[in-house]
Design a protein around this ligand. Structure first.
Ligand SMILES: *Cc1c(COP(=O)(O)O)cnc(C)c1O
Length: 428
């Protein structure tokens, strides 16, 4: 689609463009396979010399239209959807890293991704160094080894809420001839387009704001098309023959689309992580209102962050939109429209006060999820970090009073009213 449209318009019009007399709503192509007139036509699909759908483990017309929409929204040239955010992160790395390789990963990223990279990928022989994303460019550059294949970070980290200096990381990566991959789940193309700041590949969990209603699990990998995979000999899988396609070379046959094409026709074919047409339909429905929702999430979250910091009951409040927040300057540059809907704060009185406070909320829901239209809270000390004693929590840097709030899009007076009431009940 014409890139001159702004995100709010792309959310609605990119991807599916109904022709004369066709349905307005995105059609669900509920089919595992596709019919062709002759075996020759199918042969060409297998040789990758003709475009078309072959089997819904690899591509599907409904999912493809949603991929086009997301690619536009992130400012990329192509995208590939997966059935979870985890699958997207996994594919984005193993598409260019193999046993014996090394990756550089920010310490602030989502815990699920840290497990995937530092435990599971390690079993596959891919080594990972975890770095503090606030170190200088030269310190970061010194961590790059000859076998390092990529740098990975998160625009707004879940749950740390730190903001990534994308340009700094991109510069270091490009000087070393490797790509920067950015997980843009908490910002989405509406709040930040990492590709405009030098990221080469973007990944998303579409289970969060993209969907926004907690009805489908999904992920997406978006290719900027900007990285030159032939500039050195680090990316052999893209630049040397693939025997599973008669010795085809991705960079020669697909040019700028080499990375995303290899991911689809090789990894997605083999691993079976493609979403269903039904899930893609639900995702598309969510994306249509993404711009409106996210702006309301940001507005509400900023009001909540201000209320909590002025309440006198918070040891600290983390939200990059707050003046004085450690990441406020970076947020001004990368997130001028707002910092998303997630706020975390540490209630005075530790774990006991936190539990009392959460029990006193009436509209807020207790969920493990975030980034839906509903306001919800999570208490790490009694959920994700439940097994740890107070001493162990302290050692892990988690105060028993830490509460993560995902601010929804309800009326702000009802949101603040519920928080205020619960604080009064907690502190008498
Ligand atoms: C939730 C999340 C993921 C994982 O996505 P799933 O869809 O749950 O597999 C990855 N990255 C971030 C930042 C997330 O919040």
């Amino acid at each position: 689609m014409d890139k001159k449209y702004s995100p709010a318009t792309q959310c609605i019009h990119s991807g599916y463009d109904p022709k004369n007399g066709e349905p307005l709503a995105l059609p669900i192509y509920q089919s595992t396979t596709y019919s062709y007139s002759d075996p020759e036509a199918i042969g060409k699909l297998f040789d990758l010399t003709a475009e078309g759908h072959m089997y819904s483990r690899i591509s599907n017309p409904t999912v493809e239209l949603v991929e086009k929409k997301i690619a536009d929204l992130e400012g990329g040239i192509a995208a590939l959807c997966t059935n979870s955010g985890q699958a997207a992160s996994f594919l984005s790395v193993v598409n260019i890293a193999s046993a014996g390789d090394h990756i550089l990963v920010s310490s602030k990223i989502y815990g699920g991704t840290t497990n995937l990279f530092s435990v599971t990928l390690k079993r596959f022989g891919i080594d990972c160094t975890i770095f503090d994303q606030d170190i200088s460019a030269s310190e970061l550059a010194s961590l790059i080894q000859p076998n390092t294949k990529l740098i990975f970070g998160e625009t707004i980290a879940n749950p740390a809420l730190s903001v990534l200096d994308i340009e700094k990381l991109a510069t270091v990566a490009h000087e070393a001839g490797i790509p920067l991959i950015v997980d843009n789940t908490f910002a989405t193309g509406v709040l930040c387009r990492p590709i405009e700041f030098g990221a080469d590949i973007v990944v998303l969990s579409t289970s969060k704001y993209m969907d926004g209603h907690a009805v489908q699990l999904g992920g997406c990998v978006i290719d900027s098309g900007n990285f030159d995979w032939t500039q050195n000999d680090k990316f052999k899988g893209l630049c040397t023959p693939d025997n599973s396609y008669h010795g085809l070379i991705y960079t020669e046959s697909f040019g700028k689309l080499a990375y995303i094409t290899k991911m689809r026709v090789q990894l997605v074919r083999d691993l079976g992580v493609y979403p269903t047409a039904q899930a893609a339909f639900l995702l598309d429905l969510g994306i249509q209102t993404l711009d409106v929702r996210l702006k309301r999430h940001c507005e509400n979250a900023l009001a909540v962050a201000k209320f909590l910091s002025e309440s006198g009951h918070a040891k600290f409040v983390s939200y990059a939109g707050l003046e004085g927040d450690k990441y406020h300057e970076l947020a001004k540059k990368y997130l001028p429209l707002g910092c998303g809907g997630v706020v975390s704060f540490c209630i005075k009185g530790g774990k006991e006060a936190a539990v009392k406070f959460m029990n006193s909320l009436s509209m807020f829901r207790n969920l493990v999820h975030v980034a839906t239209v509903h306001s919800c809270v999570l208490h790490p000390a009694s959920s994700t970090h439940r097994q740890l004693s107070d001493e162990m929590l302290a050692a892990a840097g988690i105060d028993g009073g830490l509460i993560r709030i995902s601010v929804g899009i309800e009326d702000i007076n009802d949101i603040i009213g519920d928080l205020k009431n619960a604080l009064e009940k907690t502190f008498g």
